[in-house]
Design a protein around this ligand. Structure first.
Ligand SMILES: C[S@@+](CC[C@H](N)C(=O)[O-])C[C@H]1O[C@@H](n2cnc3c(N)ncnc32)[C@H](O)[C@@H]1O
Length: 274
């Protein structure tokens, strides 16, 4: 089942939350000179035109990035994220960076960007976007299969982003099981998992499953203001093996988001570091 297309949702509240966390994590990876790798299991198109019919149809970006764009003095906690958006939009906001574009902007020569996408249309767009960037390798595999097959990356210092469309309800059970195996193969890896918060709280067993993995983990959840995004009650990010101080940074970034866009944000240890 591959009906989901991210072009309808690019730049919405969920993307803003997820990409804020991603930018914070990439800043940690690039703070040291040693090369790093990012694996993006559900990469999408790479970059999105907010003027496209899909984005215009839902208008989700207007409840997300549009409301942060043009802030005269953005809070320091979200400045690095906004800077990436500004770099691709000199002047008017018309493009939104997907996770591959964010990685390509923040990672360095000598780092590795491993992108996986199964949807034929999205994969074609992704390949076109990637061009001849020597840091990028693309794969067209099922995400859950790639979750195990692509770890550990070279270099081993790195991050994996797991943000499926969750069209398959079974993903909520399959992800913790796969992650546990991937963690056994790549104990030093940072794993970031994004999930939607829906009315029936179907993400909760997934959190319980991930908490059972013997690695420190943090969960950051933003309960959205009413009607911020059709059907979505909130958006969550779990980070396994979070870098030092990520909890404080995410707390500050989430507080800034909630202040600017409404709702409530909370960061907590799912499994504390010992
Ligand atoms: C939430 S979107 C990804 C957004 C992107 N990571 C970003 O942050 O810009 C999920 C993506 O997963 C793709 N997808 C759906 N099922 C998949 C599967 N079984 N394996 C790999 N990709 C899949 C969809 O085509 C979609 O592009």
């Amino acid at each position: 089942m591959l009906s989901y297309q991210h072009s309808y949702h690019a730049g919405g509240p969920a993307d803003v939350h997820k990409h804020l966390a991603l930018v914070l994590l990439l800043a940690h990876l690039t703070a040291k000179a040693k090369p790093a790798a990012m694996i993006d299991l559900y990469a999408g198109n790479g970059i999105y035109a907010l003027t496209a019919p899909e984005a215009q149809k839902t208008g989700e970006y207007q409840n997300g990035i549009t409301r942060l764009w043009g802030l005269p003095d953005p809070p320091a906690a979200i400045a690095a994220y906004l800077d990436v958006v500004k770099r691709i939009n000199p002047g008017v906001l018309s493009l939104y960076p997907g996770s591959p574009e964010i990685a390509a902007r923040l990672l360095r020569d000598g780092d590795q960007i491993i992108l996986n996408e199964l949807h034929p249309g999205a994969f074609t767009a992704l390949k076109r976007w990637a061009g001849n960037d020597p840091r990028i390798n693309t794969h067209k595999r099922d995400g859950l299969e790639a979750l195990l097959a692509l770890v550990p990356p070279k270099p081993r210092r790195g991050l994996m982003l797991v943000d499926p469309s969750f069209e398959m309800k079974s993903d909520y059970a399959d992800i913790p099981a796969r992650l546990a195996k991937a963690f056994d193969k790549w104990r030093e890896g940072i794993f970031m998992i994004w999930y939607p918060v829906l009315g029936d709280a179907r993400h909760k067993p997934m959190l319980t499953g991930i908490a059972a993995i013997a690695a420190p983990s943090i969960v950051a959840e933003w309960s959205l203001a009413a009607n911020a995004d059709q059907g979505l009650k909130g958006t969550g990010v779990i980070v396994l093996n979070p870098p030092w101080k990520f909890d404080t940074e995410m707390t500050e970034a989430g507080a800034a988001l909630a202040k600017l866009l409404g709702g409530k944000h909370a960061t907590r240890w799912l499994r504390p570091a010992v």
